[in-house]
Each structure stands twice: as structure tokens, then as C-alpha cells.
Design a protein around this ligand. Sequence first.
Ligand code: HEC
Ligand code: HEC
Ligand code: HEC
Ligand code: HEC
Length: 274
Amino acid sequence: MNKFVVMMAAVGASLVMASTVLAGVGRVANTAHNLSSSSLSAFFKSSSENQICIFCHTPHNANPSVPLWNKVMPTQSFNMYTSSPTLSPAAKAVTAPGPESLLCLSCHDGRTAINVVHNTSNPTATTVGNEHIIALDFGSDPNTPVYGSSGGVSLGTFTWDSSYGANLGKTSTDVYSGTNLMDDHPISFSYDAAQTSKPQQLNDRTTVVAAKSGNAIRFFGPEHRLECSSCHDPHVDYGYIKGVPTNTGGNTELRPFLVMSNTGSALCLACHNK
Ligand code: HEC
Ligand code: HEC
Ligand code: HEC
Ligand code: HEC
């Protein structure tokens, strides 16, 4: 092999590495999590706010302080996935979502307003107590949105969205319930404790974490809890919004907001030995 070929092989290898890193790239601007005026979505788009991060983060006076959170947190109690007879004692004992999952549920419970924040860039924005409402438009929503008690908009609000896919807290009779996580994958328990109970059925945590480099499955706190963000990355561009392609070059294998591809159930099999 001459020097040129060796060099080109090295360039090729580094390009492969670069594209592997790019595969998990953020670009939250191209996702359903961009609620600002630059949103590619036909729904949940603000005409008054051009900042993207502000719907979730603020640089100062955040609460909770990690990760610089700008949103009001859910206050209701949740019903968790627990009644399964095969579930380990650790997962069965869970009575409330962990703090990392509450971040997601501050929009995805279907009750807590998605557009009420602690700090806004618009000093004349409507206030509710100490919080501010960022005005949202509703694209082609044919119905008048119903506002929650906080004066904001919740994911349970839209009668046109018959599937309510993103409203995890709904019950069969109440889309505003905001309490029902019984039909969702169990969360907020120690992965290690569950794995110790089921060593044949769950892979060792170190194997799970090593399964992917870069954007990988994550566990939280000293107990290594499983939370929403174990499986999801809320910033990743996966090339779709509400099932409509955005053609932004996002990694479609990461739909919807996944930390790794679930092709052939790869995400499930990273933890479950089935
Ligand atoms: C829809 C809500 C949402 C939006 C919008 C959002 N984030 Fe986040 N962000 C989160 C959540 C939830 C976490 C914590 C969970 C996690 O790390 O996945 C987080 C964590 C982070 C972290 C710390 C953890 C990490 O991944 O490094 C940084 C830094 C961050 N966000 C930056 C940003 C920036 C910059 C923007 C705007 C360009 C932004 N985020 C927009 C929800 C959001
Ligand atoms: C500021 C509010 C907000 C926060 C916080 C938030 N989301 Fe979302 N999320 C939305 C909205 C709005 C949509 C689009 C809803 C729809 O399509 O009806 C959405 C959509 C989604 C979707 C579906 C996307 C699709 O293509 O179908 C997933 C998955 C998701 N979010 C996961 C998360 C996770 C996990 C977290 C926490 C790490 C989180 N979100 C935090 C507002 C939020
Ligand atoms: C064990 C992994 C895992 C955990 C934990 C998890 N999710 Fe998901 N979630 C997924 C996968 C995989 C999908 C895609 C399902 C599909 O397309 O069939 C998904 C889909 C979604 C959707 C889109 C649903 C729809 O019908 O459009 C939302 C919203 C969502 N997740 C939010 C959350 C929130 C919020 C949490 C925490 C309360 C969470 N997820 C916890 C793996 C997970
Ligand atoms: C990050 C690791 C992880 C990922 C990824 C994951 N799971 Fe799980 N899953 C668990 C753990 C841990 C439990 C709790 C097991 C226990 O405590 O008995 C669980 C519980 C379950 C249960 C309930 C078991 C019972 O006994 O009631 C089902 C079903 C399940 N997962 C299916 C899936 C599917 C399908 C996927 C992919 C969409 C998936 N899981 C992704 C870790 C994971």
C-alpha cells in the first residue's frame, strides 16, 4: 500500500467516525420540541417567541436548577405501572416518577401547560402568579383550544388530535387526567435492583451502557434509575414531526427522540434478554 492509499484509508475511517458521531446529533430546532416561531411544525408554534430552548431551559433563576429548568412541574400524583405479577419488587414498589421523568411529564402528562414558563424574553407576556404564558398559535387546528386552569395550553387540549399519542397521562374517559402511567413502560426504579432479581432476563448494566458509544442508554442517580431519558433524548433530530418527514437530514432510526436505533427492537434488546 502506498502512502496515498494509507492516507485515504485514514480519511475514510475518520469520515466513518464523524458520521457515527453525527448520527446522534441534537438539532432540537428541527423537532417537535421546537415550539418557537422557527418551528417546522404546523402545530404548537409561537409567533411571539423566537427562542427555542426557553420553553424548557433558562440561564438563570431556574427551578429545578438541574437542568436549568424553566417550566412549572406537575403537582398531581401519578398511577404507575405496578400491577404486573412478573415485575421485580424494586419496580413494583415505585409510587411516583423520578425527578428526571417529571421534566418530560411537565408537558407529557396531558395536564401541565406546555407554554407556561418561569422566565420569558417578552416583558409584556401575560403572567399567572409568578409564571409567564408564551403565546402559542395552533396552525391548522380547526377547534378553539381549551385552556387549562393555569391559563396555558396542555397536550390534552386538542380535540383534533384524536390519537393523543403524546398525552401519556390520559385515561380512557379523561384526556386531561394527567395521572395515568399504568399503560407506559415502567420507570423510576433502580435498574441494578431489577437486574439482580432477573439476572437471566435483564442484561448487566455495564453491558447495556457499553452497547453504544456516544449517545447511549443512560441511567440516573447513584441507584442507576431507569427514567424517560434512559430511552429518549429530547434534543435529537430524527427527521419527522408528528409523522411528517422534515427532510432535515435527521437520523430517522432515532424516531421518536430515541437514544439509539430501535430497528429490529435493538433498544429493547439492549436491556432485555428475550
Ligand atoms: C422540550 C424541552 C427541551 C428543549 C426545547 C430543550 N431541552 Fe435541553 N434538556 C431537556 C431535558 C428534559 C433535559 C434533561 C434530560 C436529558 O438530559 O436528556 C435536557 C438537558 C439539557 C442539557 C444537559 C444534558 C445534556 O444533554 O448535555 C443541555 C446542555 C441542554 N439540555 C441544552 C439545551 C439547549 C441549548 C436547547 C436549545 C437549543 C435545549 N436544551 C432545548 C429538554 C429540552
Ligand atoms: C415544553 C414541553 C415539552 C417537554 C418538556 C417535553 N416535550 Fe416531548 N413533545 C412536546 C410536544 C409539544 C410534542 C408534540 C406533540 C404532538 O405531536 O402532539 C412532543 C412530542 C414528543 C414525542 C413524540 C414525537 C413524535 O414524533 O411522535 C416524544 C417521544 C417526546 N416528545 C418525548 C419527550 C421526552 C422523553 C421528554 C423529556 C426528556 C419530553 N418529550 C419533554 C413537548 C414537550
Ligand atoms: C424503555 C424505553 C422507554 C422509556 C423508559 C420511555 N419511552 Fe417513550 N417511547 C419509547 C419508544 C421505543 C417509543 C416509540 C414507540 C413506537 O414508535 O412504537 C416511545 C414513544 C414515546 C412517545 C410517542 C408516543 C406516541 O404514541 O406518539 C412519547 C410522547 C414518549 N415516548 C414519551 C415518553 C415519556 C414522557 C417517558 C417517561 C415518562 C417515556 N417516553 C419513557 C421508549 C421508551
Ligand atoms: C434501559 C433498559 C430497558 C429498555 C431499553 C427497555 N426496557 Fe423494558 N424493562 C426494563 C426493566 C429494568 C424492566 C423492569 C423489569 C422488572 O423489574 O421486573 C422493564 C420492564 C418491561 C416490561 C414489563 C415486564 C413485567 O414483568 O411486567 C415489558 C413488557 C418491557 N419492559 C418491554 C420493553 C420493550 C418492548 C422495550 C423496547 C421498546 C423495552 N422494554 C425497553 C428495562 C428496559
